[in-house]
Design a protein around this ligand. Structure first.
Ligand SMILES: NC(=O)c1ccc[n+]([C@@H]2O[C@H](COP(=O)([O-])OP(=O)(O)OC[C@H]3O[C@@H](n4cnc5c(N)ncnc54)[C@H](O)[C@@H]3O)[C@@H](O)[C@H]2O)c1
Length: 337
C-alpha cells in the first residue's frame, strides 16, 4: 500500500483548483503547498486548503519543501521548465495538457522523462473516463472490427477567461487545437493505436471574437482531418459558439459505436438487432477525479517511472497533430509527416 503523497500545485487558477478539489474529494493525498504569482488565484486556493503553504514562486516552493508529487496547472508555455526541474528533483509529475505549446518544449520534456526515475504523466483525463475506457476495451478487443473512421464533435461556448489572457497568445497556449483538441487527437491515437501521417484542416473566427470570446489569434471553429498510417481516418469538428454537445463516433469494418460522457451504444452492420446500450453515471463531468485517479493508479505500479517516456511521447503526438492542424488552416495546405 503506497502512502498518500505530499502534493505541491504550481498554478492555482481554474484548473489547478479543480484538481485540488479532486484530491480533496478522493482523499488520496495532502496538498501541502501551492505556488502562483497571481494574488486572487492564491486567495481562492487558500479557501480550499487553508493549512497548505502558499508561494508566489514555484522554484522557492520546490526548494523549501519535501514533496512527493508536483501538479503542474500553470499556462502551457511554463510546463517545460517546471517539469524539467521537478523530474530532476525526483518528483512524480502530473502535468496538465497541453504538454507544451511547441514541439521543442515537448522534446525537452521527453528527454527529461527519459533521464528521470520518477513518473511523468500528462492529464489526459478522457483516457480514464469510464465510458471511454469501456469503448477502448471493446475497440481493442476487435468488437467493431478494424477501425476505419473516427470522429469527435465538440460544441461549446467560448474559452473561459484565463489569468493574464495567456490563451490568446499561440506562443503560450499553442492555439485552439493544441489547448482544446489535444484531448480528441489523443483519443484518436489511443483508439487507433496507429500514427498520424497527414493532417488537413480548415477553420477560422466566426462569432466568438465579436462577442469577446476566444481572444487574440484563437480560432473559434474548425474541421481537422487526420490520416493514420494504418489507413484509419479521423475528423475533429470543433465549435466555440454553440450549445454544448460532445460525441465520439467510431466505425469499424463490422460495426459502429457512439459515445458521449454518460452513454455508449454500438450496433453491427447487416444486423437487425437493436444497438447495445450501456450507461455510465455523470458524477464527474470534467473527468477531474478520473484523471487524478488514473495518475495515482499509474503511480502505484511497481516501477512507474518506466512509463514516463511513453506518456511524454504520447502527449507530444497529440501536439504534433494539433500544430499541424493550425499550420494547415493558416496555409490551406495539408501537412504530411
Ligand atoms: N484537463 C482539462 O480538462 C483542462 C481544463 C482547463 C485547463 N486545463 C489546462 O490547465 C492549465 C491551466 O489552465 P487554467 O484554465 O487553470 O488557466 P488559468 O489562467 O485559470 O490559471 C493559470 C494559473 O497559473 C498561474 N501562473 C502563471 N504564471 C505562473 C508561474 N510562473 N508560476 C505559477 N503559476 C503561474 C496564473 O496566475 C493562474 O492562476 C493549462 O495548461 C490548461 O490547458 C486543462
Amino acid at each position: 500500500m503506497i502512502e498518500p503523497p505530499a502534493i505541491g500545485v504550481v498554478g492555482v487558477g481554474n484548473r489547478g483548483r479543480q484538481l485540488i478539489e479532486a484530491i480533496l474529494e478522493t482523499q488520496t493525498g495532502t496538498v501541502v503547498s501551492y505556488a502562483d504569482p497571481h494574488a486572487p488565484s492564491l486567495a481562492a486556493a487558500s479557501v480550499l486548503v487553508p493549512e497548505a503553504a502558499s508561494y508566489t514562486d514555484w522554484r522557492a516552493m520546490l526548494k523549501a519543501l519535501r514533496l512527493d508529487v508536483l501538479v503542474i496547472a500553470a499556462p502551457p508555455h511554463l510546463h517545460r521548465e517546471i517539469a524539467q526541474e521537478a523530474l530532476a528533483a525526483g518528483l512524480d509529475v502530473y502535468c496538465e495538457k497541453p504538454m507544451a505549446p511547441n514541439l521543442e518544449d515537448c522534446d525537452r520534456i521527453v528527454e527529461a522523462a527519459r533521464k528521470a526515475c520518477s513518473l511523468f504523466y500528462v492529464g489526459f483525463q478522457e483516457r480514464s473516463r469510464p465510458v471511454f475506457v469501456r469503448a477502448h476495451k471493446l475497440v481493442r478487443a476487435g468488437v467493431l472490427g478494424r477501425v476505419r473512421m473516427l470522429s469527435y464533435r465538440v460544441m461549446r461556448g467560448p474559452f473561459i477567461p484565463k489569468v493574464d489572457n495567456w490563451i490568446a497568445d499561440p506562443a503560450k497556449s499553442g492555439g485552439m487545437l493544441a489547448d482544446k483538441n489535444c484531448h480528441d487527437f489523443d483519443l484518436f491515437n489511443w483508439f487507433t493505436g496507429s500514427r498520424a501521417v497527414r493532417v488537413q484542416a480548415t477553420g477560422g473566427k466566426a462569432v466568438a471574437a465579436q462577442e469577446g470570446g476566444n481572444p487574440g489569434e484563437l480560432l473559434d471553429h474548425a474541421f481537422v482531418l487526420v490520416d493514420y498510417e494504418d489507413g484509419a481516418k479521423a475528423l475533429v469538428e470543433v465549435c466555440f459558439f454553440s450549445p454544448f454537445f460532445e460525441e465520439l463516433e467510431i466505425v469499424g469494418e463490422k460495426g459502429r459505436l457512439v459515445a458521449d460522457y454518460t452513454r455508449l451504444s454500438y450496433a453491427f452492420r447487416g444486423s437487425s438487432e437493436p444497438p447495445v446500450v450501456e450507461t455510465f453515471p455523470e458524477d464527474d463531468p470534467h473527468g477531474d477525479r478520473t484523471g487524478w485517479l488514473g495518475f495515482l493508479s499509474c503511480r502505484s505500479r511497481a516501477n512507474p517511472g518506466i512509463e514516463s517516456v511513453t506518456h511524454a511521447e504520447t502527449a507530444r503526438e497529440s501536439i504534433r497533430i494539433a500544430l499541424a492542424g493550425e499550420q494547415s488552416i493558416r496555409t490551406g495546405q495539408p501537412v504530411s509527416f
